[in-house]
Design a protein around this ligand. Structure first.
Ligand code: ACM
Length: 529
């Protein structure tokens, strides 16, 4: 009976201790932090509203993080921030615990229902000289705020203010929310396989720029990349090849779960894609009964497209697809399942339509929403399915007419595998050369007359015909993927290449610290040249 009041009593004093920081008043109270202007710090994507108050918050060994503990995921966001602060500064910042009685400069991560926070990813970030407060109505929003805060921590500490290092964070207020609900990238792990570690590193960098999805292209003519327990030859045979005769590879279901869990920690979803009825040579080589092109099957390690198809009139094919979708759906918490559907050049039109309509039902049976490349708009698909606009405006408009949502990935603007220019070491240019400024200077919400209300988001696909290592992946993805992050997050009125390119140049500190092999485009005023 008496325990409760005593606990409360103690907590009261802990709280007072945190606020007043008795006994340690001398430290920061007497610090005079250099004047810094929040508006001059390079943040990507640029937040919706930034108000600077021109003093500083001292991040140092006396700082601590406290989070709402009753709402799901907030304590984990606090732990993530602490881990990243440690990585950048070597400071060991406690989360939700009072480890020393001289805490000063608390970072609070709060669940809040304020009306300004309308969407699940919106947040407010208040930085005062004595505290930082993050408010969001979801852990995802708090996580996005943490990415902003990470970008505000200076690269180097100030060693002259005190006899311990201090990272001075400029004070002010940021109110922010994404312009598009879905902001994704895609990685083709079928043409060339990328390891779990490679995918995790890609996720690290994408999450820093507030991406919320990574689409994995898990099957193609050249390889099948995910274990399906009921059809083991897919990985015994279909995973052993890749472009150029290299050794291939695949994710076990445990590997896939590990990627999903890692993405979840970064408030990103993984969208799995099994590409069909075309792009299926590896599946049909594994199980010839699936094949519908009437040709003798052999493993394929080239880069041509459009020669393979499933037999769209065979029940076994749909039993196979049901097993594949079921097994993947069971380990894939995202609400979406991507069925590919592109470039089925040897599937008759009526067979293609029959196929897409049947597969949509299978995807729905497993409680997922179907996504397909824009060709699926030619079938009679449901308005709940989603079209990914990569090539044909006409197909995208067919989808709009059906009331479908669209993911914008026009190859001419958003394909990460297009070369920067004719001198690019990797990549293709069948759609266009895409220099860093071209990648930035367009608007996914106003492209080829697709109505804004239909646009779910923006995705930047990275096909892997010409890349087989993480370093090559990074050369094509960065810095363009950073620009796509801003196109997906920041409203058009606030975007401007001339100011963006300076903020982009400042990313080199982060990219170098992360050992990212970004392309040093001459269009960007990098600091080190
Ligand atoms: C695609 O680039 N074939 C979707």
């Amino acid at each position: 009976m008496i325990k409760l009041p005593i606990t409360r009593f103690l907590l009261f004093f802990v709280a007072i201790g945190i606020l007043v920081s008795c006994g340690e008043e001398k430290k920061k109270r007497q610090l005079s932090l250099p004047k810094t202007d929040l508006k001059t710090v390079s943040i990507i994507p640029l937040p919706q509203k930034v108000i600077a108050t021109e003093t500083g918050f001292a991040l140092d060994k006396f700082s601590a993080i406290f989070t709402t503990e009753t709402a799901n995921g907030f304590a984990e966001v606090g732990a993530f921030l602490s881990e990243k602060i440690q990585g950048k500064t070597n400071l060991d910042i406690a989360v939700n615990s009072v480890q020393n009685d001289s805490l000063e400069g608390i970072i609070y991560i709060n669940r809040s229902d304020s009306l300004e926070l309308e969407t699940p990813e919106s947040y407010q970030l208040y930085i005062r000289s004595d505290s930082i407060i993050i408010n969001s109505n979801s852990a995802a929003g708090a996580f996005r705020a943490v990415q902003t805060l990470r970008q505000l921590i200076p690269e180097t500490a100030n060693d002259t203010l005190a006899d311990y290092p201090i990272w001075a964070i400029p004070t002010g207020k940021i109110v922010d929310a994404p312009s598009l609900a879905y902001r994704g990238a895609m990685l083709d792990v079928a043409r060339h396989f990328f390891s779990v570690a490679d995918v995790k590193k890609f996720i690290d960098v994408l999450a820093y720029y507030k991406y919320n999805g990574l689409h994995l292209h898990l099957s193609d003519d050249q390889g099948w990349r995910i274990e399906i327990k009921s059809w083991p030859k897919l990985t015994e045979i279909g995973a052993s090849t890749e472009v150029g005769g290299e050794s291939g590879g695949f994710y076990t279901q445990e590997d896939f779960k590990e990627i999903v869990a890692y993405a979840k920690k970064h408030h990103m979803m993984i969208i799995p894609e099994i590409d069909m009825p075309g792009h299926t040579n590896a599946a049909s080589v594994s199980y010839p009964i699936l094949n519908g092109n009437g040709k003798t099957l052999k493993p394929y390690e080239g880069t041509r497209v459009g020669f393979s198809t499933f037999d769209t009139r065979k029940d076994t094919v749909y039993a196979f697809i049901d097993d594949v979708v079921r097994e993947i759906a069971e380990i894939s918490p995202s609400p979406y399942f991507h069925i590919g559907g592109d470039e089925s050049h040897v599937t008759k039109k009526k067979d293609y339509i029959h196929f897409v309509e049947k597969v949509e039902k299978i995807v729905q049976k497993h409680e997922k929403r179907m996504i397909g490349w824009d060709e699926i708009g030619t079938a009679d698909v449901d308005s709940s399915s989603i079209s990914q606009f990569w090539s044909s405006t006409e197909n995208a408009k067919l989808a709009v007419a059906k009331g479908m949502q669209i993911i914008m990935s026009p190859a001419k603007k958003a394909y990460l595998d297009m070369q920067y220019d004719s001198l690019s070491k990797h990549g293709l240019h069948w759609a266009a050369f895409i220099p860093v400024d071209t990648a930035y200077n367009w608007s996914p919400k106003a492209y080829e007359g697709i109505p804004e209300k239909n646009i779910l988001g923006l995705e930047a696909p990275l096909w892997s015909e010409t890349i087989s290592t993480i370093s090559e992946l990074e050369y094509l993805a960065f810095p363009r993927a950073i620009g796509y992050a801003e196109l997906g997050w920041t409203p058009k009125e606030l975007r401007n290449w001339d100011t963006y390119k300076k903020r982009l140049a400042d990313q080199e500190y982060y990219l170098k610290r992360m050992n990212v092999n970004y392309y040093e485009s001459a269009l960007v005023p990098w600091k080190d040249e």
